[in-house]
Design a protein around this ligand. Structure first.
Ligand code: AFP
Length: 306
């Protein structure tokens, strides 16, 4: 991945005009979401369908993205980590219209500590709950020192810089048009508390700690972006008291697995490719191990040998 230089940015290149319109809409909202964050670091007093407390920033991002995405021709429904049910946008999903699944503000607990966070996007050609094989595109916005967006589709994976226009809307330009995982892994980031890791994962983690550099920031989008940039492995593992882990399949694991696999990597729930995991519900959780193929294979062998 070359250093992003907006001055050399190129035009977005999705061949599917609806996918292009979806990521145009996501980029358009990014500056307004980013500008709203300083004033929305407080608890909203509500919980999401996963039972997690919701910050005002989560709700604001969810509302903006719902308005922007349900207005896109070709979007049939808007499904959010923050909502129990889908928002009907008109159009038959899977019969010419897409379902857009959103984690509006992934890593929102980083808002108080002013660390990276972002928005995760999955574009499904089937009503949810669906498997990752029904994804036609996926991406994420990363609110870091600069605002970037990763977009993956059948053409591959691109990194874009999102810039604020004079009218307040966001525009996107490609700064890396063929993003692939580096061959030699450099970093790792494993979530959850070490005492809650099962013994087989703990033993695997000890091996990796001797080989790679720790990069864990508490927001999946930021930690996965480290892996996409430098090569390595991100995991939010199965835990002793939470064998399904923490991350949601529809809104987090599937889109990230789609992106990383298109970039030449792999993603598993411990023994099955994430994209093949059959969900029962839209808010199902799943363990996620994602990154360089060789590391993912080593992880699966370590858990199989348990
Ligand atoms: P929040 O959105 O509540 O901050 O959770 C972020 C997240 O879902 C994911 O982005 C991180 O990888 C993971 O949770 C971090 O979880 P821990 O706080 O348990 O490390």
């Amino acid at each position: 991945m070359v250093d992003p230089d907006p001055a050399d940015g190129g035009d977005p290149s999705e061949s599917d005009p609806v996918v292009a319109a979806i990521f145009d809409a996501v980029a358009a909202t990014a500056p307004e979401i980013r500008a709203a964050l300083p004033g929305r670091r407080v608890e909203s007093g509500t919980d999401n369908p996963s039972g997690e407390s919701v910050l005002a920033g989560d709700l604001y991002a969810d509302e903006l993205l719902a308005d922007a995405l349900t207005a896109v021709d070709g979007v049939g429904s808007f499904v959010s980590e923050e909502r129990e049910t889908a928002v009907d946008a008109g159009g038959a999903v899977g019969e010419g219209a897409y379902a857009v699944a959103i984690d509006p503000l992934d890593g929102s607990s980083n808002l108080r500590s002013n660390n990276a966070m972002g928005t995760v996007v999955g574009v499904y050609d089937a009503p949810l709950p669906a498997t990752g094989r029904d994804l036609v595109a996926a991406g994420y916005v990363l609110y870091g020192p600069i605002t970037t967006m990763i977009v993956a589709d059948e053409e591959g994976v691109r990194e874009e810089v999102v810039e604020r226009e004079s009218n307040g809307s966001g525009s996107r330009s490609v700064v890396e048009d063929d993003l692939t995982l580096p061959d030699d892994p450099l970093v790792y980031g494993f979530g959850g508390r070490v005492p809650d890791w099962p013994a087989d994962f703990t033993a695997f983690a000890r091996e990796i700690e001797d080989e790679l550099k720790l990069r864990y920031g508490g927001a999946m989008v930021g930690d996965v972006n480290q892996v996409l940039t430098y090569g390595g492995l991100f995991a939010y593992p199965a835990l002793v008291d939470a064998p399904e882990g923490k991350l949601r399949l529809s809104f987090e694991a599937n889109p990230i697995a789609y992106i990383v696999e298109r970039a030449g990597g792999a993603a598993t729930d411990g023994d099955t490719d994430i994209l093949d995991v059959e969900p029962e519900g839209v808010h199902d959780r799943v363990p996620l191990y994602v990154g360089n193929e060789g590391l993912v294979k080593r992880l699966e062998d370590a858990l199989a040998d348990g």
